[in-house]
Design a protein around this ligand. Structure first.
Ligand code: TEU
Ligand code: CA
Length: 540
């Protein structure tokens, strides 16, 4: 196995709360995941990214950690976790965990101590400031709340939270805090974990003096909390203290990364190994995610070329637990045939690029967005806060439109395993409703159908593993100006693989210059590409 094993395996992201329940409490858990490992192996998965399973009050579904080294009771025990590591490794599947250290839960012991008073030894584990004229220390907005500050009556100061008020930001300027985090990371690595997906890792360092953003009211200021100079000191120190000498992998959720600053964190292997950028995820939002605009293939191609040229090795993903379902977002669910065809096309377009594929649970069966009709069906703090704020501003319809298209709960409904009560996810009442289309969209039905999206994903991942040019070859965009077709080549030595995808719901002509041995194809007839048709050719 090579040092950089993450370049040769496809990842599968598990959102444990919604993957498989084993004890009928309606909440997914680790024993449930254990019962599905053979399915992941069958699919061709080489590594799992496990979303947070740590003790948490679940204000942000586990991204608010109360104890970094205790398993959330609903998910199981440390023994269950150790079995999961063992059973994954027995199947030659790696495991990376979610590392959420930009902030903790406000119920973490550190914060409980910190808020006891200004002279508490844990005070500086967090970011406390005096107010200005009885108001917040600065005008920063948060991702989830109007202001990024909450006032603590007891100590008469404000604390910073870039997310919800129950997610106070940790103070990375404090070496004691950093030491505690490194020790925790090392204990998880010693337990057999193969690496981490690092939550909002680009935000660890804040601009000295926490200056006001430009503008009226609360202002979102990533320029003062993302990719600050000290970030690189912290990431290099973490690598030296935790990862050097281990065959582990770190992928950063580098919120606000650009092609200009990307190599500052992945360029020399002294900080992160991989990064997630969100330029594809931001394509269908104007001035923020909630103002939905249509997919634009030209914009997609521009972003794709920029990122394939900017860094040596990309991550390849269409979604995650924060994003809507890709087939509803960038494909078509107008008919069952179009849902199947467009899901296959999107997978082909993305996962044959140069980089590491990251599948999100359920995309492999073409799970769709959920038809939410009431606030009671929502669970996500981001959407619930948006709705409450929009109601105050008299724009609830705008918020609902955003939530239906982009709400994170769309990706968090239970995995659809079979046409059985609650889609086989639980024998109890699920914590969030199962999509009513589970009768037709489920793993069992898909496994029995050779033309299913699922069987196609399995074939696609196997093709990747078989073709060296797809695993390691160079990327070059073809037909840059074509309004409907995404076409590119992957070359390695004399090997050349051509990928051509019709991203539109209208037919197109297959360029006659694309010839060669067919490796994979669908929706292609006599040089004619049907809606969402695609072909992969080996131009030997
Ligand atoms: O997400 C960070 C992040 O940038 C998201 O808030 C994203 O911008 C937003 O969800 C898009 O709608 C990470 C986790 O992936 C997310 O689930 C957590 O809510 C967040 O950090 C706080 O931990
Ligand atoms: Ca359970």
């Amino acid at each position: 196995m090579s040092e950089q094993w993450w370049k040769e395996r496809a990842f599968y992201q598990i959102y444990p709360r919604s993957f498989q329940d084993s004890n009928g409490d309606g909440i997914g858990d680790i024993p449930g995941i254990l019962s599905r490992l053979d399915y992941l192996k069958w699919l061709g998965i080489g590594a799992v990214w496990l979303c947070p399973v740590y003790d948490s009050p679940n204000a942000d579904m586990g991204y608010d950690i109360r104890d970094y080294e205790k398993i959330m009771s609903e998910f199981g025990t440390l023994e269950d976790f150790d079995r999961l590591v063992e059973e994954l490794h027995r199947r030659d599947i790696k495991l990376i965990m979610d590392l959420v250290v930009n902030h903790s839960s406000d119920e973490h012991a550190w914060f409980v101590e910190s808020r006891k008073g200004r002279d508490n030894p844990y005070r500086d584990y967090y970011i406390w400031r005096d107010g200005k004229g009885g108001k917040e220390p600065n005008n920063w907005a948060s991702f989830f709340t109007p202001s990024a500050w909450s006032y603590d009556e007891h100590s008469g100061q404000w604390y910073l939270h870039l997310f919800s008020e129950k997610q106070p930001d940790l103070n990375w300027e404090n070496p004691k805090l950093r030491e505690e985090v490194y020790a925790m990371i090392n204990r998880w690595l010693d337990r057999g974990v193969d690496g981490f997906r690092m939550d909002v890792i680009s935000a660890l360092a804040k601009a000295p003096g926490l200056p006001d953003g430009k503008g009226e009211g609360y202002v979102f200021t990533p320029e003062y909390f993302a990719f600050q100079p000290r970030l690189h000191d912290y990431l290099r120190e973490m690598r030296r203290r935790c990862f050097d000498g281990r065959q582990c992998m770190c992928v950063g959720e580098t919120t606000f990364v650009t092609t200009q600053n990307a190599n500052s964190v992945v360029g020399d292997g002294r900080e992160l190994d991989l990064l997630f950028h969100f330029d594809f995820m931001d394509m269908d939002g104007q001035d923020g995610k909630w103002n939905v605009i249509p997919f634009d293939l030209r914009k997609f191609k521009e972003i794709l070329v920029r990122w394939q040229e900017a860094i040596d090795w990309n991550t390849l993903f269409w979604g995650n637990h924060d994003q809507p379902r890709v087939v509803s977002r960038f494909g078509s669910t107008a008919t069952e045939a179009l849902r199947v065809q467009s899901a296959k096309m999107l997978a082909t377009a993305m996962y044959l690029l140069r980089g590491t594929p990251f599948l999100y649970q359920g995309e492999e069966i073409g799970m769709t967005n959920f038809p939410f009709t009431s606030e009671q069906e929502l669970r996500d703090v981001e959407s619930l806060n948006l709705l409450a704020q929009a109601r105050k501003e008299g724009r609830e319809a705008w918020a609902w439109n955003g939530i239906l298209h982009k709400g994170r709960d769309n990706a968090r409904t239970p995995m659809q395993w079979e046409d059985a009560p609650q889609a086989g996810f639980t024998t109890g009442q699920p914590w969030i409703a199962v999509n009513p289309n589970y009768h037709d969209i489920n793993v069992r039905k898909a496994q029995a159908d050779p033309d299913s999206i699922l069987c196609f994903y399995r074939e696609l991942l196997a093709l990747r593993q078989r073709e060296e040019a797809l695993l390691r070859g160079a990327f070059r965009l073809l037909l840059p100006e074509h309004p409907q077709l995404l076409a590119y080549e992957r070359t390695l030595g004399s090997d050349r693989v051509i990928v051509c995808c019709n991203f539109s719901s209208t037919p197109a002509a297959l360029p006659p210059e694309f010839t060669g041995k067919s490796l994979l194809r669908s929706g292609i007839h006599d040089g004619h590409m049907e809606p969402y048709g695609f072909t992969v050719l080996a131009d030997k």
